[in-house]
Design a protein around this ligand. Structure first.
Ligand code: SF4
Ligand code: SF4
Length: 444
């Protein structure tokens, strides 16, 4: 029987079988790694996406047999460590994803390997700390502590201590921590009884903001800009009563039990808001993707998870749906000039199109050059001592495009990706988040 080349049918994604004890069986995992790695060796389409594939292909090419059977199994784990679950191989390159009979889901195989490693107690203390974004944010956001943390971040001696203690690369960008976090700046009770704006398509005209750890502790301006823009468009915005990390950093570590714990706090809160007519919006693409894709694949039978999946939006996706129904204000008072716009991987894989670019291009005298390449930041990858340099190499083509364009602004929906680009630019110019740009354009 011949196997056809590539898929003719629309890709489907199988749920993650993470409650099955076989999922954690290392022998079965290695068998599956061998099966998929061999397919990748014969295909090699993904050689330029990240460092996972070059690590695999170089090891094969340098082995005595020049086939997978000549590769030391320890290299398999290096491949796993280089995968940051961006999903680009699955979503944009692979012709062998289900329903193709080869059933290749490279990112979820890497996730399974990470989960096996975590279950075996092999997760580093550094990685446990870096992925505890809400706990770190809560502690680092305490007044006085935030001052010390930010001072350490900007001090060479402090960074050397961080390098020694936590294996954080001294040149990696680390976020600032704010003691006046978003959830202190915005009244928790605000707009709780507000009336909705008119419905438009699936949007119901009132929004609950899931602030995210990053949007709460590290860049509270993001949430303030979002609120100003939505309310300028007559859409009332409130906060979610309480929230935990969406779980993406723990997912990237393979700590699926921690993802479940976070889900058990977040989903009931969000479902209760959805039932009361609120749509959910979050300002960080990875967090939206967690609710749109990863949680539904981990909990395929959970109706509440599905309800949140169908009610959560990227902010620009939400606004462009409303624009389609003539409900977006276009009373822009400032042009934005030339913008180099990096399209974050976790936004691209949401398959919603380039809503941010479409909206910013509505602003008069504004042009947006979209850069669809990985910035190399990828969660905590760029921060880790052993991966920082390769992360800068991965992001170099993006940095070069921005540098060459010398734009009025450069921007990414992923704020961490924006800072990764900043870290590579010779002039050190800071990024402007698309929400900040849109607020500037409105002059509000
Ligand atoms: S998910 Fe992303 S990082 Fe992982 S192997 Fe695929 S392209 Fe590379
Ligand atoms: S993930 Fe798919 S497209 Fe990428 S190298 Fe493997 S088989 Fe080829």
């Amino acid at each position: 029987m011949s196997v056809r080349e590539g898929n003719l049918e629309a890709p489907t994604r199988h749920p993650l079988d993470w409650k099955n004890p076989d999922f954690y069986d290392e022998n079965l995992l290695v068998q599956e790694l061998e099966r998929v790695f061999d397919i990748c060796h014969g295909c090699r389409r993904c050689f330029s996406l990240c460092n996972a594939f070059p690590t695999l292909f170089d090891a094969i090419d340098e082995s005595s047999t020049m086939e997978l059977d000549g590769v030391d199994k320890r290299v398999f784990w290096q491949v796993v460590d280089h995968c940051y679950l961006c999903d680009m191989c699955y979503m944009t390159k692979c012709p062998y994803v289900p329903p193709h009979e080869w059933n290749v889901d490279f990112p979820h195989l890497m996730l399974r390997a990470k989960a096996v490693k975590h279950a075996q107690g092999k997760t580093r203390v550094r990685d446990r700390i870096l992925s505890s974004t809400d706990t770190v944010g809560m502690l680092a956001g305490i007044p006085v502590v935030s001052g010390v943390v930010n001072a350490v971040n900007h001090n060479k001696v402090g960074r050397r201590v961080l390098e020694e203690l936590l294996e954080v690369h001294p040149d990696a960008h680390l976020p600032e921590y704010h003691s006046d976090k978003l959830r202190s700046r915005v009244e928790i009770t605000r707009n709780q009884d507000a009336n909705a704006a008119p419905e438009a398509g699936p949007t119901r005209g009132k929004v609950a903001l899931f602030a995210t750890c990053y949007g709460n502790y590290n860049e509270p301006d993001l949430g303030e800009d979002l609120i100003a823009i939505f309310e300028h468009n007559d859409i009332p915005v409130r906060l979610v009563d309480t929230e935990r990390c969406c779980g993406m950093p723990k997912l990237e570590l393979g700590d699926l039990q921690a993802v479940e714990k976070a889900k058990e706090v977040n989903i009931p809160q969000l479902v209760s808001l959805v039932d009361k007519g609120w749509d959910i919006v979050a300002p960080v693409p990875s967090c939206v993707l967690m609710f749109k894709q990863e949680l539904p694949l981990m909990f395929p039978d959970d109706e509440d998870v599905a309800k949140v999946r169908d009610a959560i939006y990227d902010p620009f996706e939400y606004l462009m749906i409303r624009h389609k129904h003539d409900l977006l204000k276009t009373d822009f008072s400032h042009s934005l000039g030339n913008i180099s716009y990096h399209v974050a991987c976790h936004l691209r894989v949401q398959n919603i199109g380039m809503k941010t670019r479409e909206l910013l291009q509505l602003v008069p005298d504004t042009s947006v050059d979209a850069i669809e390449r990985c910035s190399g930041h990828d969660g905590t990858y760029a921060v880790k001592k052993e991966f920082h340099e390769i992360s800068m190499k991965i992001g170099k083509p993006v940095v070069n495009r921005v540098q060459k364009a010398s734009p009025d602004h450069y921007s990414s929906d992923c704020p961490m990706a924006g800072h990764q680009i900043e870290n590579g630019l010779e002039n050190g110019k800071a990024p402007d988040h698309p929400l900040k740009l849109l607020r500037m354009a409105y002059g509000i």
